[in-house]
Every structure is written in C-alpha cells, then in structure tokens.
Design a protein around this ligand. Structure first.
Ligand SMILES: [Zn+2]
Length: 210
C-alpha cells in the first residue's frame, strides 16, 4: 500500500540472487499474475502462494530443483494464514533457510492481519518500514482505507484487490480502491477525494494495496 514493501521484496531478492544464492520469491494475489511487481514498474517472476499452499513443501521442492535453498522472500505475507507462517518458521528451523516475510500490519478495518499477527509472534526479527507516506492532511499515514465508489468502508471481505487510477482520480461507483490516511482521518472516513474538506497538504497518490 504505497509502503515500498514490494519494492523492498524485489530488492532483497535481487541482492541475494546476484550473490549467487538460491532463493524463492513468493507473491500472493499480485495483479500481474505470478510475479512481484512494484509501482515503479519493476517486477520479477514469483511463486504464487494461495491459502492452501504448503510452504514447507514449496521450499523442499525448490531445494531439490535448485540443489540448495538459501532464502525465501515472501511478499504480501499479511494474507498468509497463521499455519502458513508456522510453515515459514519450520523452513527456517528445519532447513536452515533465511526467510524474509513482508506484510502490512493492519487491514482496512484497522485490525492486524492474521498472517501479520502470527509473524509478530514468531519472527526472530522485525523491522518497520519507514516511508514518507502522508495523509492528505500532511500527517503521517498509518492507516489503510478501503473506498467503495469513493466512500470509505469498514466492513467487507478482507481480501479485495482494488484498482486505482494513477492520478488518484475518483473511481466510478462500486469500484474498490485504497488510500493511505492518518488515524484521525481514517476514523472519520475523511479521504482526500475531491468531496473531502480542503487539502492542507499534498494528496497521496493512490496506490494498490500491495
Ligand atoms: Zn489526515
């Protein structure tokens, strides 16, 4: 969600693979298919993970195919089930593979994603990605608002891949999009759309929830 997360996933994968290490890049629900892509237009082929995917099996298979497996980079790990995050822990502990899992903290309802909650419980290390994401009011953007037809909603399916226009222009009725907001404006449902109060700061360019 404009957090630079997918870009970081691609960077880690690039850095490790150019050192000659064997690894897997994993994506989940990427709009471009089986790849990880960033808004910067960079992408790389990836293994697509679904809710039924056994990540230990995936790792073992890659280990056989590549001769060794040194790392995994998992983008969109917030969508993983708790069981899948436990798979990742087994891949680390039983196979000696470094696993980098990247995910959003909270969903559009403001609650921890299941995968993220489990990651916080079992990860050896955690880093918060510090980026200059700003709400339209200029405050630091900490919340991810889901908009349906331009109106913020707080209920609905957890996984809806939105589509937004690059210039942040209003979507047609019923279309799902996402916008980064500060907590105050997230709670109030005040987005930086044309119908919202006057802008005091630059509007966030809408980005996909990846
Ligand atoms: Zn704000």
């Amino acid at each position: 969600m404009g957090s630079g997360k997918s870009t970081l996933a691609l960077q880690i994968h690039h850095n490790l693979s150019t050192r000659g290490l064997n690894g897997l890049l994993c994506s989940y629900l990427d709009r471009g298919g089986s790849q990880v892509s960033s808004r910067l237009g960079v992408s790389a082929p990836a293994v697509e993970v679904e809710l039924t995917t056994d990540l230990v099996h995936i790792a073992q298979e890659a280990n056989r195919r590549l001769g060794s497996l040194e790392y995994m980079v998992c983008d969109e790990a917030q969508f993983y089930s708790a069981a899948q995050v436990d798979h990742l822990a087994r891949v680390v502990d039983e196979m000696g593979v470094d696993v980098h899992a990247l995910g959003l903290l909270t969903d559009f309802r403001g609650r921890l994603f299941e995968g993220t909650a489990r990651l916080l419980e079992v990860a050896d290390e955690r880093d918060e990605l510090h980026v200059e994401a700003r709400c339209w009011c200029g405050a630091r953007a900490t919340h991810n608002a889901r908009l349906v037809g331009g109106v913020q909603v707080y209920e609905g399916d957890l996984v809806v891949v939105g589509d937004v226009s690059a210039d942040g222009s209003e979507n047609s009725e019923g279309e799902v999009s996402y916008e980064l907001l500060c907590r105050r404006h997230w709670l109030r449902g005040e987005t930086g759309r044309p119908t919202a109060p006057p802008r005091l700061g630059p509007a966030i360019v809408s980005e996909d929830p990846a």
